[in-house]
Design a protein around this ligand. Structure first.
Ligand code: ADP
Length: 423
């Protein structure tokens, strides 16, 4: 029934009652009576609706006309919403069940950083109790400074890996955070101790092999050096071979040196000594050293900030030195190489620029892989080990920085170590 039909029916009723009232000489009273009847009926229906809404799970009362339509529409909407709610609850329940059954720790945190939901796997990982810790601020319960720094910084582009101390045994945890909703966060916590242990074993193996190879190589190099020190007394036909042996032994020595250094940086990753680094002093020391080892090089220093960073001096020196030596190696002799230290927004940039050979963009993503070379002929001429940029990348990571490489073939290259300013 439509509004028009309902209104027409009410008007008809009032008219009929008014006519009957007029027959008896009381038309106005009859109209009032009819209006009161309509109001009473509506009030009675409203009351039934109100009573039904108090127990909406029951069937709605029978109602007539427009009220019947209103009630059946309300009942339909209510059933739909109950069904949708039940479906949603089933999804939430199955999600929670699967999260609860996961071996990884899962914790849901609200806008204020308080725990909304967590699974039992977190107990041995972060020491959280399920469900007792629900509602508590997460950073009050997980005390590791690395965790608090990462969690509060709100930059979750990369996962956090850190050494946690829950119970007696050391535990390496990997934390991944996914923001969702309005400021809520979902944290996945995984025990990566086995992977870290394997990686440690691999590093130790490389380090041990490199170390073991050093002694025989030192003996070989020593004898070759003695033989080559007096080439006059040496038979002509062996000279070329022995000279090449000497060069290759030297190359192997620098390879072993770089391998050992790389293993050391990797193993120091979790406990690098962090001192305030005087970058200006580091640049000056490097310039003095390069003046001796590469007398034809031209090094320009540009220092526009006296900000310092926290890091490991030896590692950072080796990184900048590798970059500067590369810049010298891969530039025409005498081309200036610029070392700069600047503050750019929130970042401190340690940059090495050259106007040398440059690198084709297709090689840039792979440059920091161990032993990756742009071009073997270029490399054999310069005698590089292919480990320099791998070292630089690891130094950057161990000192909370990043390595950015920009280069254009034939125009030169810029290598930038970017560190967060301490503010
Ligand atoms: P290498 O010991 O061979 O120099 P690196 O890891 O230091 O090894 O560098 C990897 C490769 O990147 C080099 O073989 C070289 O081809 C290229 N490269 C590095 N730095 C520069 C640079 N400043 N200009 C041009 N090419 C470079």
């Amino acid at each position: 029934m439509t509004w028009v039909a309902a209104t027409s029916r009410a008007l008809l009723l009032i008219t009929v009652v008014a006519c009957v009232g007029a027959l008896y000489g009381y038309p106005q009273e009859a109209v009032i009576l009819a209006l009161l009847g309509i109001c009473g009926f509506s009030y009675h229906q409203m009351r039934r609706v109100q009573l039904w809404l108090q127990t909406p799970e029951q069937m709605p009362p029978d109602a007539y006309g427009l009220w019947g339509q209103i009630l059946s529409r309300m009942y339909f909407l209510q059933r739909n919403s109950l069904e949708a709610q039940a479906q949603l609850q089933t999804t939430v329940d199955s999600l929670q069940d699967s999260f609860a059954a996961m071996r990884d720790g899962v914790v849901m945190v609200d806008t204020n950083g308080c725990i909304k939901w967590l699974n039992r796997s977190l107990e041995p990982l972060l020491g959280l109790r399920c469900p007792e810790d629900t509602g508590q601020p997460l950073t009050n319960l997980v005390r590791a400074p690395e965790f608090s720094r990462y969690f509060l910084a709100m930059d979750y582009s990369a996962p956090l890996e850190y050494l946690a101390s829950v119970g007696d045994k050391p535990l390496y945890l990997r934390i991944e955070v996914t923001p969702f909703g309005e400021g809520e966060r979902l944290l996945f916590v995984r025990d990566v101790s086995n992977a870290v242990l394997m990686e440690k074993m691999r590093r130790e193996f490389v380090a041990n092999v490199s170390h073991e190879l050093r002694t025989p190589l030192t003996v070989i190099s020593g004898y070759l050096g003695t033989l080559l020190s007096d080439t006059n007394a040496f038979p002509e036909r062996y000279l070329k071979a022995v000279t090449q042996m000497g060069q290759q032994a030297e190359r192997m020595e620098s390879l072993l040196k770089d391998l050992l250094w790389l293993s050391r940086i990797e193993s120091e990753h979790y406990n690098t000594a962090h001192d305030a680094i005087d970058v200006q002093g580091l640049f000056h020391e490097l310039r003095d050293d390069l003046a001796e080892s590469h007398p034809n090089s031209v090094l320009v220093l540009e220092i526009s900030t006296d900000e310092t960073i926290c890091g490991n001096y030896r590692q950072l020196y080796s990184a900048v030195s590798n970059l500067a030596i590369n810049a010298i190696k891969y530039s025409p002799e005498g081309n200036p190489v610029t070392l700069s230290w600047t503050l750019q927004g929130d970042d401190l940039c340690m940059q090495v620029r050259d106007r040398g050979l440059g690198i084709d963009s297709s090689h840039i993503p792979r440059l920091t892989e161990r032993f990756y070379r742009v071009d073997d002929s270029r490399n054999s001429a310069t005698g590089g080990t292919g480990l320099g940029l791998a070292i630089v990348k690891h130094v950057a990571a161990a000192n909370d920085g990043q390595l950015k490489i920009e280069s254009k073939l034939g125009e030169g290259s810029t290598f930038t170590l970017i560190f967060p300013a301490r503010g």
